[in-house]
Design a protein around this ligand. Structure first.
Ligand SMILES: [Zn+2]
Length: 265
């Protein structure tokens, strides 16, 4: 599937030549619902992970005994998508959605128990030309996060976790990665999406990132990876960011896809 970004109506650098210094290479990932495998760049798809390597976990102390079941989150999205594609949710479906949207509590989970991180996206360098090479020839960038908004100075961050790896060194991949029993909010779970990268060279100014993308039946439409000159640097990694906004296509029991932005859950 190819996606075309429309031509810009104005040559902004002709009007403001000094903006040329801020030009960078950006790859729009164009994630669309699909069934990617671990050999593909994806959002919300399976991660290429060695079977003999421990899965990353969050050990930071915070509440993690209350939240949503991942299976319920996915089922709720499917019920909504089917209902609005047909007409609207029936009374029976509304009852089901109410049950699926319920928070659960597992009191035995302590605030310091390690919980598996959620795979968010993986990008092969072959798909993202602006992505600098990883250390020691790594060609695969993997992004995870803890599905609880409970980190950082504000205690509302999602604690993204970045790994680089060499895909040719994964001889026995992990079939079934561990999952957290509960997630703090539904938007932390991205639906599996196939990426159709498209490259552009926009003039970049300050951008703001928000966690929670990928929720709803249609993942964020503005996922992109900013390459050289266009991304925030972290202490130990080359510049890498994923920037996203909330999807326009998410649905609820009371409104069809596209009726309104998805609220935080
Ligand atoms: Zn955490």
């Amino acid at each position: 599937m190819s996606r075309t970004t429309p031509p810009r109506p104005v040559n902004i650098e002709a009007l403001f030549p000094k903006l040329g210094a801020f030009r960078g290479t950006t790859t729009r990932l164009h994630p669309r619902p699909g069934r990617p495998d671990a050999a593909a760049s994806s959002v919300g798809g399976p991660m290429l992970w060695p079977a003999d390597e421990p899965w990353p976990v969050c050990t930071e102390p915070h509440k993690r005994s209350s939240g949503y079941r991942i299976a319920d989150v996915r089922r709720e999205r499917q019920v909504l998508a089917d209902a609005w594609a047909r007409d609207r949710p029936t009374d029976e479906e509304r009852d089901l959605l109410k049950e699926l949207g319920r928070r659960h509590r597992q009191r035995e989970i302590a605030d310091t128990d390690p919980i598996p991180l959620v795979g968010l996206a993986q990008l092969y360098r072959r798909d993202v030309p602006g992505l600098p090479p990883g250390p020691d020839g790594c060609d695969l960038l993997q992004v995870f996060w803890c599905p609880f908004e409970a980190h950082g100075p504000t205690r509302y961050g999602l604690a993204p976790h970045v790994r680089w790896r060499r895909s040719d060194q994964v001889t026995v991949p992990l079939d079934t990665p561990p999952q957290p029993a509960l997630v703090g909010f539904k938007g932390s779970i991205a639906e599996p999406c196939v990426c159709t990268p498209k490259w552009s060279r926009p003039t970049r100014t300050r951008t703001r990132s928000r966690p929670g993308c990928g929720g709803g039946s249609t993942p964020g439409r503005t996922w992109k990876h900013a390459g050289r000159n266009g991304a925030a640097r972290t202490k130990n990694h080359p510049p890498t960011t994923t920037t996203c906004r909330f999807p326009k296509g998410s649905a609820s029991a009371d409104s069809p896809p596209g009726a309104r932005p998805t609220p935080r859950q």
